[in-house]
Design a binder for this molecule. Structure first.
Ligand SMILES: Nc1nc2c(ncn2[C@@H]2O[C@H](COP(=O)(O)OP(=O)(O)OP(=O)(O)O)[C@@H](O)[C@H]2O)c(=O)[nH]1
Length: 299
């Protein structure tokens, strides 16, 4: 029997915990069971008390004090400790039935998603190929205010892509805090961001992101590299990055407004699809009245 879960991830302050709260609220409204796991050893503000909390295993504050580590080193130590004590997770998660959606609220340190192999190791343990056999997807949040600055947006998109490659999980990318850009960006403009259109960088509305011509950065051409390094042609670098995103054609974003129940419901249906939640639920036993009606209709 498989279990179902979503890893909520993204940069610091992207709105992960707020999204978890909205998701739990929505699941309660539609009468679905969920199990909320906090994996951020530094977190202290929750809309719902976590059912399982890494801080009951290890706290970042204690680690920083006892090991004389900074917040990032401390976080890595906490994750290494979790990986040495995985029964902390399995004891709580093993008994859950397949009706539950297990929500993992992750820390915001971007290094965890981009180049430290700790999360992939945790995923191996949690996922279908591991002992906990959870059908998992990642929900990667990026703040919608990034769309106001294209360079920031593409940098964020690259971090989402890097996480996708590193995690090797079905991914649902989400533009969070949509309420903050309402009125600033119109729907047509927004659509280009939602599908991460590389041509955005062709639009000459800011000096910073301006792209001239069809030149493509050739990293094997010393003149091109010199040009970029000397600051003469950031345009070429921008375009190379944008093309890379386009070539993968796997980044698109869903829009999240936590105050709008439909928006949260839409995102839940994408998550359900990614983890194939509904396919695994027991078909409802037909009631006697259903059978009676069917016979009557056939007559
Ligand atoms: N306006 C607005 N603010 C939001 C929204 N979501 C989160 N915030 C605010 O953004 C800040 C960070 O939100 P969190 O949910 O704590 O973000 P997080 O990604 O869990 O943060 P870390 O765990 O510290 O990385 C808080 O002040 C929230 O109130 C949103 O949809 N709209």
């Amino acid at each position: 029997m498989s279990k179902f879960g979503v890893l909520v991830m993204g940069p610091a302050g992207a709105g992960k915990t707020t999204f978890c709260t909205a998701l739990i609220q929505h699941l309660q409204t539609v009468r679905r069971s969920c199990f909320y796991v906090n994996l951020d050893p530094a977190a202290d503000n929750f809309g719902y008390t976590p059912d399982l909390d890494i801080r009951d295993l290890i706290s970042l504050e204690d680690v920083m004090e006892e090991m004389s580590l900074g917040p990032n080193g401390g976080l890595i130590f906490c994750f290494e400790f979790l990986l040495q004590n995985l029964d902390f997770l399995s004891t709580a998660i093993d008994p859950l039935s397949e009706e539950y959606l297990i929500i993992f609220d992750l820390p915001g340190q971007i290094e965890l998603y981009t180049h430290i192999p700790l999360l992939p190791e945790l995923i191996k343990f949690l996922s279908r190929s591991g002992p906990l056999n959870i059908s998992l997807c990642a929900a990667y949040l990026l703040e919608a205010t990034f769309v106001v600055d294209k360079a920031k947006f593409f940098a964020g998109t690259l971090s989402a892509m890097s996480a996708m490659i590193m995690m090797e999980l079905p991914h649902v990318n989400i533009l969070s805090k949509m309420d903050l850009v309402k009125g600033q960006v119109n729907n047509t403009q927004l659509k280009k961001f939602v599908n991460a259109d590389a041509n955005l960088l062709d639009e000459e509305d800011t000096g910073r992101n301006e792209v001239v011509g069809e030149d493509v950065l050739d990293v094997n051409n010393p003149n091109d590299v010199d040009n970029v390094m000397s600051g003469g042609s950031f345009q070429k670098l921008n375009r190379a990055v944008a093309r890379l995103i386009d070539d993968f054609s796997m980044i698109s974003f869903l829009r999240l407004d936590v105050n709008d129940e439909d928006s949260v419901g839409d995102i839940l249906s994408y998550i359900d699809n990614a983890i194939q939640y509904h396919e695994a639920q027991e078909p409802r036993e037909p009631k006697e009245s259903d059978v009676d009606n069917a016979t009557w209709e056939n007559d």
